[in-house]
Design a binder for this molecule. Sequence first.
Ligand SMILES: Cc1cc2nc3c(=O)[nH]c(=O)nc-3n(C[C@H](O)[C@H](O)[C@H](O)COP(=O)(O)OP(=O)(O)OC[C@H]3O[C@@H](n4cnc5c(N)ncnc54)[C@H](O)[C@@H]3O)c2cc1C
Length: 461
Amino acid sequence: MSSVRLATTKVGTRKSDIHLTYKAPTMSSTTTTANTDTVILGAGIIGVSTAYYLSLSSSSEIHLIDPSPTLFWSASGFAGGFLARNWFAPEVSSLGALSFAEHARLASAHDGRRNWSYAPSTSLGYSAVAADKGVKKRGDDWLRSGTSRAEAAPELPVLSVEDLKKKTPAWLKRREGDDVEVIGGEGDAAQLEPERLCRFLLSEAEGRGVKVSQGAEAVEVLRDGPERVVSSVRLRDVKTGEEREVKCSRIIITAGCWSGHVWEKLFGATSPTVKRLPVTSLAGHSLVVKSPRWAGAVDGEGCHAVYTSHDVFCPEIFSRVGGQIYFAGLNSAAVPLPNVAEGSKVRSESMELVKQAARELLGSGDDEEDDLEVVREGLCFRPLTPWGLPIVARVPDEHLGGGIQTKPGAEGGVFLATGHGPWGISMSLGTGIVMSELVQGRPLSADISALGFEKVIGKAD
Ligand SMILES: Cc1cc2nc3c(=O)[nH]c(=O)nc-3n(C[C@H](O)[C@H](O)[C@H](O)COP(=O)(O)OP(=O)(O)OC[C@H]3O[C@@H](n4cnc5c(N)ncnc54)[C@H](O)[C@@H]3O)c2cc1C
């Protein structure tokens, strides 16, 4: 198991940042027949969210391209779906708050509870053995950039033993001498089923005319006119090798851990500054189970997120609205990224460790009797940057190299939205909103000034 420190902390959330909400702009009334079409490379949650919001406000064509024959066989399909309002570093606090508010708005507008199991959640830290409070290792520490709970604790109300008991889920096996504490404020967390949210966003986007090409990848950027500006991409069918061109003036790379592959294929050879993108992967195994002690949320209330530590790894456990429990936390940077998302194969020895921990923490009785029903097993990969923040930015033309130019301002450009690490589901809707605004040259709903392309330069070569 390996752990990485990602920039995620409560410190620095500004009050003015946390009430951001999104109002869909009116559809652009541009009458120009010029090509301002968009190709989005990668149909995980960041790609489909970008397509969803862009299709709300742009009348030009949008193409979503993904080489995987099955969509959402990636982190966006296998993630836990935990959403936080303010567990983030200052650089992403504005994006995180926008996203959290938008998750609530979208769920309320489209019956998110029924359609993608959206629900508020109570976050708990659990220690099977009460340790020295001063040095206790917590299961959620790696999400918080190494900050200790002691820093955050004063912000939370102190609960009576009775209240704490009420907030502790019946599906969590309690032991003599263990320790539970509430680690998130009221209204600061929620959860959902990521794949179902992805499918909702995709189907709405398709309903508004977004064209999806599965099993295809972009192999070349083509240019046209006296200025030789980007005018289309050449797509290749991964099975048949058949090629075709798709017109576009904007290219948005949203390929998660594979964003580096896309960059290398399209721009790596020509870029004078960035041959390789510094986006790596952190694999995670996960398990979805049913327990006789969790029948599902009543009126959307009663879901929990439990962060704990275990002999081998730090389990994250989420009870979902529909009666399932998601169990993950066994991560490794050593598991190689498959060429195609669909190629991810669960490793049986890792899965056995996850199941063993699930039995210990969720099983019934002292003998860890296994009355849990396995619904599905999963392996997927988080996209990471070395500095722990996503890249959400336009790539200045000079870094594309080879004389590649894009149309200026809102008419064209090459963009990146990747590297969301352990927070891509939480940040997804905010990222989709700001990407749609960025590419159209509209005012931005969140401050992404610290997520620019300049951090990339000189980092991976
Ligand atoms: C075990 C686990 C649990 C997690 N739990 C949570 C959680 O509770 N909350 C949270 O906020 N986040 C969570 N995350 C993180 C979150 O899942 C990711 O940050 C997020 O899904 C990344 O989305 P993405 O769209 O960038 O990438 P992905 O979902 O990986 O999608 C990338 C897409 O790009 C496609 N692609 C590959 N090659 C190409 C190519 N050449 N051209 C075009 N497309 C290509 C792939 O097929 C895939 O469809 C978790 C991650 C893991 C691993």
